[in-house]
Design a protein around this ligand. Structure first.
Ligand code: ATP
Ligand code: MG
Length: 409
């Protein structure tokens, strides 16, 4: 079966055989050189979108990005489609985010419109050569993120580049080259030109990566944190230091932990204390999903319960431990709590119990209430809850005992 890389090389070969220049471009070249598997391969060429479509056939191409010079070429079922982009130079940027127009040009100018040197290289898979007009290979060796050309001008064109730079630095463990960092620090307030969706997507990627501590540190150092975080959540510099220490202590449990929710919960929990509705502001500012927002809220609420859960009644603790985010909440408790060792050990051991121990089926149901002549109403839930608590706390062990308890309620 063909790999994505082989298909990308096929596409490149076919373009070259037809007399065009065609090269792997951008992120995939960077990832190849770093020994990482690229998410996707992009091909850049001097063929125009029309020529690309003619060469590969209209059935095997999609013109989704045609206005930017991008044609999607479909491959066999086993591979991802490849985006073939005509070398381009971007026209003016009047909105601080997207080029007003694009003009087709050559490889060098196409490299120069890209954001960072490590993202600005080409690779010819047929001759195995890197084509590097922007010094990307040097910066890969130096492990640094450097804007192509004048950093401030490049940020002015597209403010999203500031967050991308921080993300690449964090996730690759690179530094941000001094001029590039200074430009971000100066231009950070302009990040508001970027849509909440894009800001949120970048932050979620950073907080979902193992380098989340570095990401937070770089967000602060670059002045971006104070701009992307809604005012109401901003603490003093001292609290930023505390958050950093807490994130440093955060160990994400293998497998079942909701890392992004855990990280954000740590970053915002003190602001949320006693402030109902505040989380909605964050949800809006970063266009977080309902699911992620609920997880963050749930984790923040779980912290006080789980912090001393071994001293609480089981019927109170159990509903928290059967929740999908319980592991993430325990990870957070371990990072932020004091004197929590016994509770966390207790809770982690309980979570591992088989379902019939951790969360046994209820002994009675609403139907049993109806059968015993209790009229359906708001107290139904209270009654069932009281029987459930009795069951969990070991006061009621059998269905007979449960039905007897119903009769007394
Ligand atoms: P990843 O896919 O891991 O996020 P990437 O570098 O491949 O990283 P993409 O968004 O897939 O990022 O973009 C592909 C290439 O397009 C980049 O490597 C870069 O050369 C260029 N690029 C993407 N976004 C920008 C931007 N905002 N400004 C300038 N060039 C960009
Ligand atoms: Mg990519």
């Amino acid at each position: 079966m063909k790999t994505d890389r082989e298909f990308a090389a096929d596409v490149t070969r076919k373009l070259q055989a037809a007399g065009f220049t065609a090269l792997f471009a951008g992120g995939c070249v960077r990832d190849d050189l770093l020994g990482r598997t690229p998410k996707d391969y992009d091909v850049a060429t001097n063929a125009t979108p029309d020529q690309v479509r003619d060469l590969f056939g209209h059935k095997r191409t999609l013109p989704i990005g045609e206005s930017f010079g991008v044609i999607t070429v479909l491959g066999p079922r086993s591979v991802q489609p490849i985006e073939v982009a005509t070398f381009r130079r971007d026209g003016g940027y009047s909105d601080g985010r997207r080029p007003d127009s694009v003009e087709f040009t050559d490889a060098r100018e196409d490299a120069e419109r890209r954001d960072f040197t490590i993202n600005g290289m080409f690779f010819d898979p047929l001759t195995d050569t890197v084509i590097d007009y922007v010094g990307g290979q040097d910066d890969l060796k130096l492990k640094q993120i450097r804007a192509i050309g004048d950093a401030e001008a490049r940020i002015e064109e597209d403010k999203l580049r500031m967050l991308r730079g921080v993300r690449f630095a964090a996730t690759y463990g690179f530094s941000i080259e001094a001029h590039t960092l200074a430009a971000v620090q100066k231009r950070a307030p302009e990040i508001d030109a970027v849509s909440p969706e894009r800001i949120g997507a970048e932050l979620v990627r950073m907080f979902g990566h193992s380098s989340f501590v570095t990401a937070y540190r770089l967000l602060i150092e670059s002045n971006l944190w104070g701009e992307v975080l809604p005012q109401e959540f901003l603490g003093d510099p001292e609290s930023e230091k505390t958050r950093l220490e807490e994130l440093n202590r955060l160990r994400i449990s293998n497998g079942h932990s909701n890392q992004v929710a855990a990280v954000i919960a740590i970053l915002v929990r003190s602001a949320l204390e006693g402030q109902r509705g505040l989380l909605a502001r964050l949800k809006n500012a970063w266009k977080l999903s309902n699911e992620l927002t609920s997880s963050i809220r749930w984790i923040v609420n779980a912290i006080p319960v789980l912090s001393n859960c071994h001293q609480r009644k089981w019927s109170e603790v159990q509903p928290w431990l059967i929740h999908a985010d319980a592991t993430a909440a325990l990870d957070v408790v371990e990072a932020v709590g004091e004197n929590i060792r016994a509770s966390v050990e207790f809770a982690r051991a309980k979570i591992l119990l088989p379902k019939e121990k951790l969360n046994p089926d209820p002994l009675v149901t609403g139907q049993d209430l109806i059968d015993s002549g209790i009229a359906p109403g708001p107290n139904f839930k209270t009654i069932l809850q009281s029987v459930r608590d009795g069951q969990l706390d070991g006061e009621i062990e059998t269905r007979e005992q449960a039905l007897k308890r119903l009769a007394t309620l």
